[in-house]
Design a protein around this ligand. Structure first.
Ligand code: HAM
Length: 420
């Protein structure tokens, strides 16, 4: 037997129906905020992520599915969507065509991580990117869009944490101070953090290792090193959230795991999923357009992990709501009725109803059982007697009430039962 690839999942049944409902909310909410869907290929040149996400990040350093194609190009299954969106925006001149370009996406991503609950090697993100505005209203719009979507999907056990990384210049000054402090405590740091001291020291701030956390408690605070403009920008973002009544906490140690951020960063976290507690991550990434060879363009966005959202939805609601059954089960009660019943099914489908027929030539009794199993709302039976009288039997499955109706009136009669 060949199994599914480790860390990847099949989606089906009631769980898939719940995903589709969540996707409906995503479409409606993004439309309400004026965002358009954008789809990029699943494969990109490896170089895009090396430059965009940063070679010192976990994603690029150890999690990418990278391979050489038959033409000798190094390609990578996308591990995140922000670099591809910016690649597309530069390539297609999107920001020149519309100075604020609002895009959203939903699709599969790939990271070679150790699989556990809420962490997969193929997972899905819904995200949005607002390109072209450097103003705090854009940061706030993106945060509000993430929060409104999660609430619309029907979950509530999450909270928003925000921070600012300031401008790249003010962060450079802080980095030097931080490295000096951490170096003087190097014996107490985890091996991972000692390695990061040279490559990515800010990441040590949000290390989950208890030994690192102890050292970090005494570290200088990034916020204290920020210039006035950076502080004013962050203050304005927080001010909008306050006015909109969005609760949040400032987490001064949040730095995020990707290299492209500046100014606002945020995460939406939950206590209900164990260690995989982040359901959304995002922030402002003003340096990225230039890093990828485009004209400097301010931008801010977020990505929500769909699997984590769906786990939370399941936990909060105690399981999945069963998916709705078909409107009609069409029961064929005689050999002669076989073709006419198939044609009848087609007529009902063309009238907008969902109709399932029996394809196994089973007994009427077995077909009734099947109609119940599928949770069909109505069963329509066609047999020899009915054909002779140009009638069918319409049975409302919940009440078990049934009646004969003329074939010509069938669609109207079924519609009546659908409302009952
Ligand atoms: P990220 O923090 O790497 O950010 O991922 C965002 C979200 O994707 C996480 O909070 C989590 O819910 C989900 N996620 C990440 N890895 C996995 C995994 N292995 N299994 C399941 N879910 C996962 C980004 O990807 C940035 N592109 C966010 C962004 C958009 N920043 C600006 N714009």
């Amino acid at each position: 037997m060949i199994s599914v690839v480790r860390g990847m999942r099949d989606l089906h049944g009631n769980e898939l129906a719940a995903w589709q409902q969540a996707e409906d909310v995503i479409r409606a909410t993004t439309a309400a905020f004026g965002y358009s869907e954008y789809r990029t290929p699943i494969l990109e040149f490896t170089e895009l992520f090396k430059r965009g996400v940063g070679t010192d990040t976990d994603i690029v350093g150890k999690e990418m599915y990278t391979f050489e194609d038959r033409g000798g190009d190094s390609l990578t299954l996308r591990p995140e969507m922000t670099a591809p969106i910016v690649r597309a925006a530069i390539e297609n001149n999107l920001v020149r065509h519309s100075p604020t370009t609002r895009l959203w996406y939903l699709g599969p991503l790939f990271r070679y991580e150790r699989p556990q609950k809420g962490r997969y090697r193929q997972f899905h993100q819904f995200g949005a990117e607002c390109l072209g505005s450097a103003h705090p209203e854009a940061d706030a719009e993106i945060i509000l869009l993430a929060m409104e979507t999660l609430a619309g999907i029907g979950i509530s056990s999450f909270r928003l944490e925000v921070n600012t990384l300031g401008s790249p210049e003010s962060r450079a000054a802080y980095r030097a101070e931080l490295v000096a402090y951490l170096s003087s405590n190097i014996d107490a740091l985890s091996a991972d953090s000692v390695r990061r001291l040279d490559t990515n020291p800010l990441r040590i701030l949000d290390s989950k290792d208890p030994a690192d956390a102890e050292v970090v408690k005494g570290a200088p605070r990034l916020y204290d090193y920020l210039d006035d403009d950076s502080k004013a920008h962050f203050g304005a973002v927080c001010g909008i959230l306050d006015s909109a009544g969005i609760p949040y906490t400032v987490n001064h140690r949040m730095v995020r795991g990707l290299d492209y951020y500046s100014h606002t960063v945020f995460e939406i976290v939950t206590d209900a999923l164990g260690s995989q507690n982040a359901i959304c991550g995002g922030g402002r990434y003003d340096p990225l357009f230039a890093i990828l060879g485009g004209t400097a363009t301010p931008a801010v966005g977020f990505s929500i992990g769909m699997e984590r959202v769906m786990l939370l939805l399941e936990a909060e609601h105690g399981g999945w709501t069963p998916a709705a059954g078909p409107d009609v089960f069409l029961c064929c009660a005689s050999d002669a009725a076989r073709l006419p019943s198939q044609l009848l099914a087609l007529r009902l489908r063309r009238a907008g109803l969902s109709v399932v027929t029996d394809l196994l030539r089973r007994s009427v009794k077995a077909q009734v059982r099947e109609a119940d199993k599928l949770a069909a709302q109505v069963m329509v039976t066609l047999g020899d007697d009915e054909m002779e009288r140009q009638e069918v039997v319409v049975k409302h499955m919940a009440s078990r009430e049934q009646r004969s109706v003329p074939l010509a009136a069938l669609v109207d009669e079924v519609m009546k039962d659908m409302k009952a």
